[in-house]
Design a protein around this ligand. Structure first.
Ligand code: SF4
Length: 291
């Protein structure tokens, strides 16, 4: 481990200086509206920026506040979510909006503990929202940041505990939100699974780049394994059913004839979606949940 106080300070200066190069001018990094930031964090969980961008503005135009989102049935949220995948997040966001409306007077809470009360908000999302929107001193540790920590600062594999401590040690207390965004941007644009070290703006302060050896990010804490194949997956089947029900209620028999839906797996897929509260059965037809 090479991350003594001097090395941390040098890395911090180097990353802050790289801000113009790293800033992607993403809409959620140009706002301090906590609801807009919370929406972006839900959309970005497991989904690429390029797929989120076209849907983000439309969602906020329709639901500019948590209370506006809380006031509509889930089916309205699911329609706007189409194309983003992992639809449980849409239900979690809708449930969160209702909790914000009922318990927090329509305002996204500012503390880590209160943010963690919202459905679907884990340690990373709470730290991201708290730091971006409220300047709370909390390090956001996701896959991207985990890679940066293991490579640039530690040059060794990290356990969750060590990664969390290191993320906290290197956090820029003057502007934690900006710092978290820079770490995420570095991981997304340069310190990827296949890193672009030759072009990286912090390469001179990177422990792995300087020392060489095996990639320390492999199997490090916070560094995820790739998603399973989409084609033929339960995710694909769930998405096909939700897309069809977005056009209106349907019987199981009619769903089984829709291109892309596997009739042999349909019953299990319908049960799965009902269990998640995303669709509901009305006599012989299924529809998006009105809950
Ligand atoms: S030099 Fe390479 S390994 Fe180091 S932070 Fe940059 S991209 Fe990551």
């Amino acid at each position: 481990m090479t991350s003594g106080p001097k090395a941390l300070a040098a890395f911090r200066r180097s990353l802050l200086a790289a801000r113009p190069e790293l800033d992607r001018q993403l809409p959620w990094s140009q706002t301090s509206d906590p609801w807009a930031i919370l929406v972006s964090e839900f959309m970005l969980q497991q989904t690429q920026v390029s797929r989120v961008l076209p849907r983000y503005d439309a969602f906020l135009d329709t639901f500019p506040t948590a209370s506006a989102c809380a006031a509509v049935p889930l089916s309205r949220v699911l329609l706007l979510w189409q194309g983003l995948g992992f639809t449980r997040r849409a239900k979690n966001l809708h449930d969160s909006a209702r909790l914000i409306h009922e318990k927090f007077d329509g305002r996204v809470p500012a503390t880590l503990a209160e943010l963690r009360e919202l459905p679907g908000v884990g340690a990373y999302t709470a730290a991201a929202v708290a730091s971006f929107a409220f300047g709370v001193e909390a390090a956001a540790l996701d896959t991207n940041v985990g890679r940066v920590l293991a490579r640039a600062l530690a040059n060794e594999r990290l356990t969750t505990k060590v990664a969390e401590a290191l993320a906290d040690d290197v956090l820029d207390r003057d502007d934690p939100g900006q710092w978290n965004q820079l770490m995420i941007d570095l991981g997304a644009q340069f310190c990827r699974a296949a890193p672009r070290c030759d072009d990286c703006p912090v390469r001179r302060r990177c422990a792995w780049r300087q020392a060489g050896g095996e990639d320390p990010a492999l199997r490090s804490a916070g560094v995820s394994t790739p998603q399973s194949t989409f084609a033929g997956s339960l995710r694909q089947q769930r998405g096909a059913v939700l897309r069809r029900l977005g056009a209106g209620p349907s019987t199981a028999r009619a769903l089984a004839r829709v291109e892309g839906i596997d009739p042999d797996r349909l019953e299990g897929v319908l049960q799965d979606l009902q269990r998640d509260g995303l669709i509901e059965r009305m006599a012989r037809t299924f529809r998006l949940s009105e809950g």
